[in-house]
Design a protein around this ligand. Structure first.
Ligand code: ADP
Ligand code: ZN
Ligand code: ZN
Length: 745
């Protein structure tokens, strides 16, 4: 029996980021395990902490070591491997151990077990159909949606209805009162859709799919564990391959985690997994309460399920016998956490898999440049699916040069060609999507006559507009005044690029008064159900045109859409971030993939001031290889990731002076840390204002470091953390780290 426990106390402060030792009282000797949450005296308070290690070796004067007060009854012991993973995250992404522990234990406190409910029809299906028709007539979309699903499925889990279906509990209760549905209550944990028979909808894999599945299975059975990159065009049947591999490992008593970006975690996707695996599957999503999430984690721990599907945080499902982690749409930026520790789910999954002897499958139609680079260099094994299962041709794609439009006197955001095609589709009663690929803040300035964009001469990223007519680089702080005429062609049509979805809606309505228009952006989706509401209205053909930001291009199938218009591809191309071409290529490829999903062929129009940019040209040709080669050349030239590694250090303070001084002092120090850390060359860029230099009265300054090796940056981070801890100038300055940042700062 160990005498002492090393404990991380539950206070996220740099200064307390170490373990504290406590004595284990006799009465708790048998029950204390690593991972447990306990209460301890701290100063003159009682606080909670996690046991991270048990030992017989006192680290202080034995007399002075205090006793653990009690075990926090509601705590669940987290597995020691999750603590090890937290340790790895802390080291590789910065922040405190407490931050890291909180990330790997998303639900800390045991909530009262929620009552599980399901809903079923309690009238004859004919009667339900009449009721459904009535609801459709009255435009009661939520009621209609629920009835439709119940007619199809018989009964549904309450959480599935209020979560994925997006139907509120008030709607269910109203239908119960009418005597149309019944709510069944159960108190024990149960599977979300237990009535579905397992294996019902299994597809026979085609040749390409079989080859991929066989390769992974054979290696798995031979004990080979590694990371695979499954590169397969949309609709090539990746999900079927995932399910085949999950079946293979679960048959051997292992478990699997499937990460899917929340926005693509649709009811249909979830249903496909349920249909195949029945009650062995569970899902996590951000709409669940802490208690509901806790339930799912508990089910995983108890071995009631062996497949967990969910966004980033599902990675920490406490499975003990993990065999496989799948990351679908691996290029998605939502896999990078925006909170400390700013971990990337892809790298963290690979580390968790390594610790537990599991394999990882990364899947995408447009792999991230970072992953493709690793696949090419042999760190990952590349697998390909080159054909769509249903042999549907890819849509045709044309690029419209907006500079030409201006030359012909058209100053509207709709080019003549796009307007003509919209007119045509409206006549044919087919649907149209207009896409504004705005991402983050696009504060760039460009010439509408020649397309010239103001860029930083040092970093080759777009300069951003600031108050007082200044143009600033957010990597290095380079600054120049905003020009009145184009430095390239002399035109006066040089200005910031401003076009919002609302403005476009106005223009479209004016031009096509007969069209029924829906708009989807942050404003129209603020409510919990706004998002699903608009999408289902469009799917039910209650509108002809859907205008929106990236939300509209991900993972939704609208078979009646035959025209997709990208209004200004430049919006994502000039965001002042080295990854802008990569994002643009991905967004355009995805947007194009929205056209022609049904029986009718699709057409795509990409409007731009930069019609020869490789990210736009290659996206219009769906030429990933071509894009990748050019993009890698650019990264090599500029030493951007994945060629080198980038560390962003953010200094924030309520006082601008303090933030700037903190950043400057640290920058100076960094150079000496770098000298001591490695013999290799390190570049420092900045300090400069962050992209959003002031948020909620907090000023933010950034420093970038570039080094060839990631671990060199980790060493510098460690020294920087120590310096900050020991220096009282940082009392009012918060400093955090972001390795290979995804969204800039
Ligand atoms: P991806 O994940 O690559 O986009 P999916 O797995 O979703 O592709 O497959 C696209 C569509 O093709 C789905 O409707 C799926 O059910 C169907 N499908 C996939 N594989 C097969 C197959 N071998 N036979 C018949 N249909 C298939
Ligand atoms: Zn110009
Ligand atoms: Zn610069």
């Amino acid at each position: 029996m160990a005498e002492y426990a090393n404990i991380i106390v539950d206070i996220s402060q740099e200064k307390l980021d170490k373990t504290f030792q406590y004595r284990i009282p006799k009465r708790l000797e048998k029950s204390i395990v690593v991972g447990m949450q306990v209460q301890v005296p701290f100063g003159n308070r009682r606080i909670t902490g996690y046991v991270v290690e048990l030992t017989d070796k006192p680290e202080y004067d034995e007399e002075k070591i205090k006793e653990i007060l009690q075990i926090v009854r509601s705590s669940i012991p987290i597995e020691s491997h999750l603590i090890a993973l937290a340790g790895w995250m802390r080291r590789n992404y910065g922040g405190t151990m407490n931050h890291a522990l909180k990330t790997v234990i998303p639900i800390k406190e045991k909530k009262r077990a929620v009552e599980h409910k399901k809903v079923c029809l309690c009238v004859h299906p004919m009667e339900a159909k009449n009721e459904l028709a009535e609801c459709v007539r009255k435009h009661s979309t939520a009621r209609a949606k629920l009835l439709e699903a119940l007619l199809r499925e018989g009964e549904l889990e309450w959480e599935l209805i209020t979560g994925k279906l997006g139907v509120s509990s008030a709607v269910i209760r109203a239908l119960e009162e009418k005597g149309v549905v019944r709510i069944l209550r159960e108190t024990e944990y149960r599977n979300p859709v237990g009535h579905l028979s397992k294996g019902e909808y299994r597809q026979k894999l085609n040749e390409e799919q079989t080859l991929v599945a066989q390769t992974v299975k054979a290696e798995y059975d031979a004990g080979i564990r590694q990371t695979y990159l499954l590169w397969g065009v949309t609709g090539s049947g990746k999900t079927e391959v995932y399910m085949e591999l999950i079946a293979h490992v679960t048959e051997q008593g292992k478990q699997a985690i499937v990460l899917i970006p929340e926005i693509a975690l649709t009811y249909q996707t979830v249903m496909r997994f349920y249909n195949r695996f029945g009650n062995r599957v569970s899902i996590l999503n951000s709409r669940m309460t802490a208690g509901e999430r806790y339930d799912q984690f508990l089910r995983a721990k108890k071995g009631e399920i062996d497949i967990m599907i969910g966004p980033r945080s599902a990675l920490f499902t406490p499975f003990l016998n993990l065999g496989l982690i799948i990351i679908d749409e691996e290029h998605e930026t939502s896999y990078k956490s925006e909170n400390v520790p700013r971990y990337h789910a892809r790298e963290t999954a690979i580390e968790r898999a390594r610790m537990m002897g599991a394999s990882v499958i990364l899947g995408s139609a447009t792999p991230s440049v970072a992953s493709f680079y690793k696949a090419k260099s042999g760190a990952y094994r590349l697998l390909e699916l080159t054909q769509r299962v249903k042999e549907k041709p890819l849509p045709t794609c044309e690029i419209v040069d907006l500079r030409e439009e201006l030359r012909h006197g058209n100053r509207s955001i709709l080019s003549a060609r796009l307007a003509e095609l919209i007119e045509d589709r409206l006549k044919k009663r087919q649907q149209i999507m207009l896409f504004l690929n705005r991402r983050g803040l696009s504060g760039f300035v460009s010439c509408r006559a020649c397309g010239h964009v103001l860029k930083c001469p040092h970093c080759d990223v777009s300069l951003s507009q600031h108050t007082g007519g200044r143009m600033v680089c957010h990597y290095c702080g380079y600054e120049q005044p905003e020009p009145k005429t184009c430095p390239s062609c002399g035109s006066r049509y040089i200005s910031g690029f401003k076009a919002g979805t609302q403005k476009i809606e106005q223009v479209v309505k004016q031009r096509f008064p007969q069209a029924r228009v829906l708009r989807m952006d942050l404003d129209t989706t603020r409510s919990r159900e706004g998002h699903e509401h608009i999408l289902s209205a469009f799917a039910n053909q209650e509108a002809d045109i859907l205008i929106g930001t990236q939300m509209i291009v991900k993972g939704h199938d609208f078979p009646q859409v035959t025209l997709v218009g990208v209004l200004a591809a430049d919006l994502s191309l000039h965001v002042g971030d080295y990854q802008a071409p990569e994002r643009t290529f991905q967004l355009l490829t995805q947007a194009a993939g929205r056209a022609g999903r049904g029986e009718l062929p699709g057409q795509v129009v990409i409007q731009t001031y930069d019609p020869t940019h490789y990210s736009i040209v290659d996206a219009s040709r769906q030429d990933y290889d071509g894009f990748y080669k050019k993009e890698l050349e650019y990264r090599k030239l500029m030493l951007y990731p994945p060629i080198w590694n980038l560390l962003l250090i953010l200094c924030a303070s309520e006082k601008e002076e303090a933030a700037m001084q903190g950043a400057e002092k640290l920058a100076e120090k960094l150079d000496s840390f770098a000298d001591g850390a490695a013999a290799e060359r390190i570049f420092r860029i900045g300090p400069a204002d962050a992209t959003v230099a002031k948020v909620n009265d907090i000023y933010k300054k950034v420093i970038y470091l570039k080094a060839e090796h990631y671990q060199t940056l980790v060493l510098i981070k460690d020294k920087a953390e120590q310096f900050i801890r020991e220096n009282k100038d940082y009392k009012n300055v918060t400093v955090w780290f972001d390795f290979n940042p995804i969204n800039g700062a």
